[in-house]
Design a protein around this ligand. Structure first.
Ligand code: SF4
Length: 346
């Protein structure tokens, strides 16, 4: 029977040091190997040129390095890149590079499929198959950083956890991945350039506040009226707006970090004055801003972007109430890489 080797990147630096000591070697060797695995991104033990052949063979016999593989890369006419990423067990997730004038953003996945059931989202059709490991999240970022340098002549500058999956339903692994991304031994990125976007899991938002995380928080709100939100995001029945609001107030009190509300305006769903008034009230509970995102219909076309008159109404009413609002054009539509479109179709 074939014995499945343990993924060496599941070990912390301390565990690697302990492993080498248990083998009668110096703990320092653990630091060396750790650096190869993370900062230098080694894909095989052979790459570790300053480690003796004997040690490399011993590592090879005991461990595997389960790197992701970019199976397919699609480039949009607007410069957006979508990667279909194959995981070590053959499952596939998608991640997206979004170039803008002064920045390049990676939109990464945190789960294969999703635990939640937002009716407007293509990923929800896949159901959750499993959570991603920290290294699988980290590798998506590394792959996009490489593509950013290659195709846009600059390194990756920002990360949003807005790809497939609900990041707060895979909290520990997302946090571990962010630790690696921000650590000098990993990519050394500032946590201020990372946004974790959630559909709103109150208990986990409070936990993040208690854990004093340094990254930013975005919430896919889409409606500040329970009845409407439940009709488009059924889990809102379990986590109603009252609980979400309380968690966000708690978040702000602890972190002093402003919240971003992601918001799509759909035709006949949330495009009335009453909807905007409810959003304005919701925004008053904690300092926040609103990102209105352009929507891209998925297969059945049940959800359609509202007309520009409705969007203008949102913008003018929010601004009249001194709430910062931006309207974000969707990117990568021609390759199904836009918000809500990730569904492993390629
Ligand atoms: S919008 Fe996000 S949380 Fe909702 S189903 Fe899609 S991937 Fe999951």
């Amino acid at each position: 029977m074939e014995i499945k080797k343990k993924d060496i990147r599941a070990l912390t630096k301390e565990q690697l040091r302990d492993f080498f000591e248990s083998q009668g070697d110096k703990a320092f060797r653990g630091n060396q190997v750790y650096e190869w695995l993370w900062r230098k991104g080694a894909h095989s033990f052979e790459d570790m040129t300053n480690v003796s052949l004997e040690t490399r063979e011993m590592l090879e016999a005991n461990f595997a390095i389960n790197h992701i593989k970019v199976d397919q890369m699609q480039r949009s006419s607007d410069g957006t890149i979508k990667n279909a990423v194959r995981l070590h067990d053959g499952l596939i997730v998608e991640s997206v590079l979004i170039p803008a004038k002064n920045r390049t953003t990676a939109c990464v996945s945190s789960q294969v499929g999703c635990s939640l059931d937002c009716r407007f989202c293509a990923t929800s059709r896949l159901k959750r198959m499993r959570n991603l490991n920290p290294d699988e999240i980290y590798d998506q970022v590394v792959a996009i950083d490489r593509e950013s340098k290659l195709y846009h002549n600059r390194p990756l500058s920002n990360i949003v956890f807005m790809g497939m999956g609900e990041p707060l339903m895979n909290y520990n692994n997302v946090l571990k991945a962010i630790d690696k991304i921000t650590s000098p031994e990993g990519l050394g990125m500032s946590p201020k350039r990372i946004v974790v976007s959630t559909s709103g899991v109150p208990k986990m938002i409070k936990k993040m506040a208690d854990d004093e995380v340094k990254f930013k928080l975005a919430v896919s709100l889409h409606s500040a009226i329970d009845e409407i939100r439940t009709s488009i995001m059924p889990f809102n029945e379990t986590f109603p707006l009252k609980d979400l609001r309380e968690a966000l107030v708690y978040w702000y009190a602890k972190t002093k970090n402003r919240i971003t509300y992601e918001y799509v305006v759909w035709d006949g769903i949330n495009d009335t004055k009453k909807d905007v008034e409810a959003l304005i009230e919701f925004c008053k509970f904690a300092p926040s801003k609103v990102n209105i995102i352009e929507y891209n219909p998925i297969d059945d076309g049940e959800f359609q972007q509202a007309n520009s008159k409705a969007l203008d109404m949102y913008v003018s009413m929010l601004e009249a109430n001194r709430i910062t609002v931006t309207v974000r054009r969707s990117r990568g539509k021609d390759i199904d890489a836009a918000c809500g479109q990730l569904a492993n179709k390629s």
